[in-house]
Design a protein around this ligand. Structure first.
Ligand code: NG1
Length: 462
């Protein structure tokens, strides 16, 4: 514990000294940190208004910052592969080309600039000079991007005296991060803002609610990086948005089914709304319900139009529009709606059961739910890849009581629940079974396989 603290203070001392060199004119500065997260279970449920079970981790984004008198933002990164960014704050801040890391900072500025009129303020936010230092591997599914958005937003909130509380800020940023292009849910921002040392978070959405569950003492979470980068800015973002659109359409089809069958109006916009509605009993036997509603799995736009009794243009306008302004283009083979819904509804149920298991120390049962979740992510939601499947398989043979992909998928990391006393053996087994195939020479694997601790959320540290 003390070792970890010392390492942190060393990081803060380093970033402070680099900041002084890069911005010698700054009279004073502050340091903030926002953590990444791992999600223990509840994948692709958040944007459907269904719960998740993540925890904030020690790895995160540190930002050293000094306010400016004008509206200019200058941000540098301690990692030279991220180019310096410079922009003027305006009422509409145009994004950089797709893939530029600066868009995550711009997303925070745009979100809070948009929020000012709610406070009856017409001014522009104040500018800043900042240096960013991150230690979450990009594309690992541990939410480095949201940690960057959150770190920037927390700084803006403080320096502009906006006094936005954490839960509301998380709600604003969940939508605000869509500026970057993926139609994400709210799990990452809420976890990075509200994480607590030693605690797993059970998060419910719309409205955002957080419960804290003590992490079981005898177990640890070991993260294994598949070494496959899941870049949200590229094809994974397309695949992610496709899942979001499939779920939106699935909810519309359930609504249509209920309205036609029971001759009553029903307000189901998100899949999670079914759980809150008087038709929630339909979730009891989900396979049967899905068989009744969906005559098949894949639907082309023409078939959707027939089912929903809406013309194709209206479907495009209502369901394919993305927050970034662009439109989702469906594949000609159609959208896979039924299997996506089976994943989402069964996953939400697994989250509820997992919470009870952790509270009652039924860890073996929780581990089984993790394995089931991975299978459902791989087969029904199709967000896994051969490398993640392999990691999960090897983990099972090396003593993990549970293992699954974490985050959006398409690469990134797995989370593994391992008994504290078996961690060394587990790591050795994973290195031998997986990493040795990628790295021929002897080396340390601590960047790819590591234990993570449930940590506090974003805060000012200096
Ligand atoms: P990551 O792994 O950080 O890309 C994404 C979404 C989450 C959630 C998960 C899947 C963003 C910022 N994050 O996480 O909201 O939907 O996928 O469970 O879009």
């Amino acid at each position: 514990m003390n070792g970890a603290r010392e390492m942190l203070s060393e990081r803060y001392a380093n970033i402070a000294s680099n900041f002084r060199k890069l911005f010698p004119e700054a009279e004073y500065f502050s340091i903030y940190r926002a953590p990444g997260r791992v999600n223990l279970i509840g994948e692709h449920t958040d944007y459907n208004g269904l719960p998740v079970l993540p925890m904030a981790i020690r790895q995160g984004i540190t930002i050293c910052i000094s306010p400016r008198d004008d509206n200019k933002v200058v941000i540098k990164n301690t990692d030279p592969s991220f180019e310096d960014i410079e922009f003027e704050i305006d009422f509409q801040i145009p994004p950089y080309p797709k893939g530029n890391w600066g868009n995550y900072c711009k997303a925070a500025f745009q979100t809070l600039q948009d929020y000012l009129p709610q406070k009856k303020e017409k001014k522009l936010l104040c500018g800043m000079n900042a240096l960013i230092d991150g230690n979450i591997p990009a594309g690992s599914g541990l939410s480095s991007s949201s940690a960057l958005v959150v770190a920037t937003a927390v700084v803006i909130n403080d320096f502009n005296k906006l006094n936005i509380d954490k839960l509301f800020l998380a709600e604003l940023l969940a939508v605000g991060e869509r500026y970057v292009g993926a139609e994400g849910g709210g799990m990452d921002q809420a976890t990075s803002l509200s994480g607590k040392s030693g605690m797993v978070l059970k998060i419910d959405f719309f409205p955002l609610r957080i419960e804290y569950i003590p992490f079981p003492e005898n177990y640890v979470i070991v993260v294994c990086n598949s070494l496959v980068e899941a870049k949200k800015s590229a094809s994974a973002s397309l695949a992610y948005n496709q899942r979001v659109v499939e779920c939106r359409l699935g909810a519309a089809m359930i609504r249509k089914f209920i309205e036609d069958k029971y001759k009553t109006r029903c307000d189901i916009d998100l899949l999670g709304d079914l759980k809150k509605s008087r038709f929630s009993y339909l979730l009891k036997n989900i396979d049967n319900t899905l068989d009744r509603i969906f005559p098949k799995n894949d639907f082309t736009l023409t078939e959707l139009s027939l089912f929903l009794k809406m013309d194709e243009e209206a479907i495009r306008e209502r369901y394919f529009k993305l927050k970034s302004g662009s439109h989702f283009e469906p594949p000609s083979s159609g959208l896979k709606i039924k299997s996506r819904l089976r994943h989402v509804f069964t996953e939400a149920e697994r989250v509820e059961r997992s919470k009870e298991c952790i509270e009652n120390q039924k860890m073996d049962e929780f581990g089984q739910l993790m394995y089931q979740s991975h299978k459902s992510c791989a087969e029904d939601y199709e967000v896994s890849c051969p490398e993640l499947d392999r990691l999960v398989e090897i983990a099972g043979g090396n003593g993990a009581i549970g293992s699954r992909l974490t985050g959006a998928g398409f690469g990134g990391c797995t989370v593994n629940m391992v008994h504290r006393q078996k961690v060394d053996k587990f790591k050795k087994g994973m290195i031998h079974g997986y990493y040795k195939n990628y790295f021929k020479k002897e080396q340390s694997f601590s960047d790819y396989i590591f234990v993570c601790q449930p940590s506090n959320g974003a805060q000012k540290v200096m």
